[in-house]
Design a protein. Structure first.
Length: 110
């Protein structure tokens, strides 16, 4: 069985879904990335990434209610799955193990 890997942008989007929880939809994720990371990205790139993460089983989606602010359109809300949380934990652990090997980054407690 091949192990799944996430690219850097997939990891970023998955992390934002975990942060935003019930408010995780495309435009909110774009805004959160800009605010927290200072990085601009376009909405279509986020949507493609969300659908790819959904295909991998790391997020699931459902349709939210229609709102007047959106002209009656509904939002697709994404939530992180247990598999998604496990992937983020595994990636964090792997990164921490590698960072510990860099002498210049030796920090007590790591």
């Amino acid at each position: 069985m091949n192990k799944e890997y996430l690219g850097e942008f997939e990891e970023l989007v998955l992390t934002m879904v975990g942060i935003l929880q019930e408010d995780a939809y495309g435009n909110a994720i774009v805004n959160e990335i800009k605010e927290r990371v200072g990085r601009t990205c376009n909405l279509s790139a986020v949507h493609v990434t969300l659908y790819r993460l959904e295909d991998k089983g790391y997020v699931k989606s459902s349709m939210g209610g229609a709102t007047n602010a959106r002209g009656g359109r509904r939002k697709r809300i994404f939530t992180i799955t247990n598999a998604g949380l496990a992937m983020l934990r595994a990636m964090k652990e792997q990164q921490m193990q590698l960072w510990k090997l860099i002498p210049q980054l030796k920090i007590s407690g790591l």
